[in-house]
Design a binder for this molecule. Structure first.
Ligand code: FES
Length: 581
């Protein structure tokens, strides 16, 4: 059903703070005027919160985000709104410990209350690094005020000795090459300088670029937003246009709940398959769907994504980087392809106020080596594979486009690491009984276990295996994997080990069967033996006694339902509440 805009003018929620001549109104208005605002700005025009995740310790959301905020403001002023920039919780994937993922929900909670408690009528979500995109969308969705996403954009291509260097992807590659004796430590240091040539997010189709693509495919950002490089002047234009657009969205009352429908999520799931997107998108999209009451499950990832071909030739699955994806035409080209293949809900509404198909139907592909024709797809079944079996009754995920074809059906002897410290203790030990046919199993790295579900699932291979020229082995864990990483890596195994899932009772020497075509993950022990081990299992790890880590561990849900905090699910709206004065 087509979206019907609300009539304008009407009284907005910000007027509960600023309209009238009461003592409280004068108090609110008078304080804001200390920044030099004339009286006529309080005439009922939309007040737009620009929620900025800029931080000098989130280098992906660098100083250019301040400049982008200024461009958003220009657009808001032009359209007759009143912009206010508000800093919000920012968590960098490359800095935050124990893992930025533990703080996605804290950030979402902070964002939600930042919006609800203050006089905003609409929001511009200025995001970039991996967790900033889902956390701001989750917080905004739980308030359901008109909101639009503007991403900071990816970095320029990295180059080292003439070769493209992908963020993250080459960190893993170079690190393994050093361990294998194929690269010197000095060369690794030299390569470091080539990895991050400009401000912006990872230049691969890692989690940041995947989530920017998810926002666009969901309809929460203007068309073309995802791929524009951070330093390209068109990124600033995008910010300004988004500033203009949010004012009209407030006037029309076009809210996240109008946009984030089941159709929108199905479009995003298929898009993730087409771009070879990050497995992290699975947990983030499940969590976001939970905020708006859309019942998206792992089965939807399997059903919708399975037959989508990966046509975006970007690292870590392919060859190029985000800069080239932008020059090729970016995400609109991919969405057009999905539409032509009958794999897009064309009527899904976007922040534009119209159907997504209107935005992408004429998108032109300027480089068929970057956005591939179907017969040259990286894989015909590019969606996330959702595996099940006695080792993952709640499900586990694997990214086929980043895996080694010869390992997709594999039976091997388990080599178990009880946690990440155990892994680090053992992995470089030449006496470790392991070869390339083994299955590496890492426990206690899930949402409760780490705590926070760190990106350690793509654990590096033992040096003695690397020295043979082997670059991939089957690895299984309850952890996540960086979107920039690759390999035959089974992730998000649910229930997690720290919650007493079957992963907790795998022993070194057990045989494990991985069968991706048949979506099966099996621990080859008898039912009775598995039941007896599970009955004898007791938690092995210390639990935080206080602080946010305690709150997180008490309330985080499994990866199979998005790893949100259980009490944050759902939409609570943005009632104006009581005045404190
Ligand atoms: Fe921040 Fe990749 S680490 S975008």
């Amino acid at each position: 059903m087509a979206f019907v805009p609300k009539e304008w003018p009407r009284r907005l929620r910000s007027q509960e703070w600023y309209a009238g001549t009461s003592r409280d109104t004068i108090y609110h208005r008078g304080w804001l005027k200390n920044q030099g605002y004339p009286n006529d700005l309080f005439d009922g025009r939309p007040i737009i919160g620009i929620l900025n995740t800029w931080s000098e310790l989130t280098p992906c959301n660098g100083i250019h985000m301040k400049e982008l905020a200024e461009k958003v403001k220009a657009g808001v002023w032009e359209a007759g709104g009143f912009p206010v920039e508000v800093p919000v919780f920012s968590a960098s994937e490359n800095t935050f410990r124990p893992t930025a993922m533990m703080f996605r929900n804290l950030a979402a909670l902070a964002v939600e209350e930042t919006i609800r408690g203050q006089p905003m009528d609409g929001c511009v979500l200025l995001v970039g690094c991996d967790k900033t995109t889902p956390s701001l969308m989750m917080g905004a969705a739980s308030c359901d005020l008109p909101s639009i996403v503007v991403t900071g954009g990816p970095m320029l291509n990295g180059y080292y000795r003439g070769e493209r260097v992908g963020s993250g992807t080459h960190l893993w590659k170079f690190s393994e090459a050093v361990k294998a004796g194929e690269m010197t430590a000095e060369e690794f240091l030299e390569a470091e300088a080539s990895m991050s040539r400009s401000t912006g997010t990872c230049n691969t189709m890692g989690t940041a670029s995947s989530m920017a693509s998810m926002a666009e495919a969901l309809g929460m950002a203007l068309s073309g937003n995802a791929a524009i490089p951070a330093v390209d002047s068109r990124r600033r234009v995008m910010a300004q246009l988004s500033g203009r657009r949010i004012v009209q969205m407030v006037k029309d009352d076009l809210k996240p709940s109008d946009i984030l429908t089941r159709q929108a999520f199905e479009n995003a799931i298929r898009t993730n398959g087409a771009i070879g997107g990050s497995t992290n998108a699975v947990v983030h999209m499940l969590a976001l769907a939970g905020r708006v009451g859309i019942d998206i499950t792992l089965d939807d990832w399997d059903r919708c994504g399975r037959d989508v071909a990966t046509i975006v030739n970007l690292m870590p699955s392919g060859k190029y980087l985000m800069e080239e994806f932008f020059y090729a035409g970016g995400l609109p080209v991919v969405l057009r392809r999905l539409g032509e293949a009958g794999q897009l809900h064309k009527d899904a509404l976007t922040v534009s106020g119209g159907p997504i198909w209107d935005e992408v139907r004429d998108a032109a592909n300027h480089n068929p080596d970057v956005i591939l024709p179907l017969d040259k797809a990286l894989t015909r079944q590019g969606g996330i594979a959702v595996l099940r079996g006695n080792l993952a009754p709640g499900g586990a995920v694997l990214k086929p486009s980043a895996a080694s074809p010869h390992l997709l059906v594999h039976r091997g002897r388990a080599v178990v690491f009880e946690d990440i410290d155990d892994y680090k203790r053992q992995i470089n030990d030449e006496a470790l009984d392991i070869d390339e046919t083994c299955v590496m199993v890492l426990k206690n790295c899930g949402p409760k276990g780490y705590p926070g579900m760190a990106e350690v699932g793509n654990m590096g291979l033992p040096p003695k295996v690397l020295r043979k020229g082997i670059t991939d082995m089957v690895r299984i864990s309850d952890a996540r994997m960086s979107g920039t990483a690759y390999g035959t890596v089974v992730l998000h195994t649910s229930p997690e080990a720290a919650a007493g899932g079957p992963l907790a009772v795998v022993r070194t020497g057990d045989m494990i069967e991985l069968d991706v075509p048949n979506l099966r993950l099996h621990l080859d022990i008898s039912e009775a033996e598995l039941a007896s081990r599970l009955a004898a299992w007791t938690p092995t790890h210390e639990r935080p006694a206080s602080g946010y880590a305690w709150l997180h561990q008490q309330h985080v849900t499994g990866a199979d339902t998005g790893a949100d905090l259980d009490f944050l699910k759902g939409c609570r709206g943005a009632p104006v509440g009581k005045d404190a004065h």
